[in-house]
Design a protein around this ligand. Structure first.
Ligand SMILES: [Zn+2]
Length: 413
């Protein structure tokens, strides 16, 4: 399986079941993702113990990567964090944390106004307690209450034991799924996760997945094999095109009781299709009359397709990505769309007039020419049938706009 995950993203301290201790794990992905600023959820990551090479699969949303803007569920601890209004604040030995509405200081005291969810706010006075450096500036997960929310890498505070630590993984002890926490004194704590997020037994998850795929993909799912383990669904087999592959993957990722899916499905090669043919069919699609796209670029390399295009926001081509994903020969696809509001487009009147003029010019019959003003130049895109037509279109535009900033990207087909 390691070969299927060629890109090393980072290393992370995690609990290794084979070593029975916390070790450095290398995290590998199937694409060269960046973890800077967080990661999309449900991306499978292969975690490999750097001591014994034991591997497990986890998902991007099970880790706390770098800086996340979403701190709503983290709690600050009095004496360990700097506090601001809007923070959850916990005083050691309290029953639960409160939400800080305001805070102020006197010469020797800090005063907090908190709400604990009741009708009346509470005012708490404490001795002044300056915090010089914060171990976890964003706050902590409060254990055991927040065990279901805790991500690998999260700083935690165990309220009953009054110890701090870091979450280092999930394990199954043969009966229950547990969160593993390494405490500051290096001891390990295994906290049983709530029933609602315990992984389903393999047979049950496997049946659920099969039934769901049969229901939504009656034809295609006959060629897809389903294997499950630890709440993870592994898909293999051959499917018709990238669009189906994505839809099946999304369907499994949408199942509430599955942690995520690892997609090993391949696209059936009906007949050999060259990159050049794929590129041509995408360009023809982009040059469908009525589609208001411009400044488009298509790159195809061994079935990996990258498309970038501009569009007018009011005419956003919603279906374009799924249509491209249906083309045979498209194995991977990335579409970037730059959508510009209609009233921010420049020189639209002259562009529309030019398009009309060109479309009724008998010497340009059967061509499709789009004119847009993009990046401070007139951009000609579309298709004609000869070099003479290409030059003629250019001449018509130059004569009309009296500008030299014209780019002629017309294709001769
Ligand atoms: Zn190990």
């Amino acid at each position: 399986m390691r070969k299927q995950f060629p890109y090393k993203l980072l290393t992370q301290k995690m609990f290794c079941c084979r070593c029975q201790r916390v070790t450095e794990h290398a995290l590998f992905a199937r694409e060269p993702y960046s973890t800077h600023g967080g990661m999309e959820p449900k991306i499978p990551l292969l975690c490999s113990c750097e001591v014994c090479q034991n591997i497990i699969v986890c998902f991007s949303n099970e880790f706390r990567f770098g800086t996340s803007e979403e701190h709503a569920d983290y709690t600050k601890i009095y004496g360990h964090n700097r506090i601001q209004p809007g923070n959850w604040l916990y005083f050691k030995k309290a029953v639960k944390p409160g939400l800080v509405k305001s805070c102020f200081q006197t010469q020797d005291k800090e005063i907090y106004v908190l709400t604990y969810g009741g009708t009346k706010d509470e005012k708490v006075e404490c001795p002044k307690c300056p915090v010089e450096s914060e171990v976890a500036p964003e706050g902590y997960r409060l254990l055991p209450a927040q065990s279901a929310l805790t991500l690998i890498g999260d700083h935690v505070y165990h309220a009953i034991r009054d110890v701090f630590g870091v979450a280092v993984g999930y394990v199954n002890d043969g009966e229950k799924d547990k969160l593993v926490v390494q405490m500051d004194d290096n001891s390990l704590l295994f906290i049983t996760l709530p029933q609602a997020i315990q992984n389903l037994p393999n047979a049950k998850l496997s049946d659920m997945t099969r039934n769901k795929l049969m229901q939504f993909f009656p034809e295609e799912s006959r060629h897809v094999s389903v294997t499950v383990g630890q709440g993870i669904v592994y898909l293999d087999g051959l499917v018709k095109n990238l669009s189906v592959k994505r839809a099946i993957r999304a369907c499994v990722n949408g199942m509430q009781r599955a942690r995520g899916c690892v997609d090993f499905m391949k696209i059936r090669a009906e007949s050999y299709i060259s990159d050049e043919q794929v590129e041509k069919s995408i360009l023809s699609l982009l040059e469908t009359p009525g589609l208001r796209v411009f400044n488009y670029k298509v790159q195809v390399e061994q079935g990996r397709v990258q498309v970038s295009l501009g569009c007018i926001r009011e005419f956003f081509p919603k279906e374009i990505e799924s249509k491209i994903a249906e083309f045979p020969g498209v194995l991977e696809l990335e579409v970037k769309i730059d959508s510009i509001p209609m009233d921010e487009m420049e020189n639209t009147k002259v562009c529309r007039e030019l398009e009309y003029e060109l479309s009724v010019n008998s010497r340009l019959a059967d061509s499709l020419i789009r004119v847009n003003y993009v990046n401070e130049k007139y951009l000609l895109e579309g298709k004609v049938h000869s070099l003479i037509q290409k030059q003629l279109a250019m001449f018509c535009v130059a004569r009309r706009v009296l500008s030299t900033s014209i780019e002629n990207r017309l294709r001769i087909v």
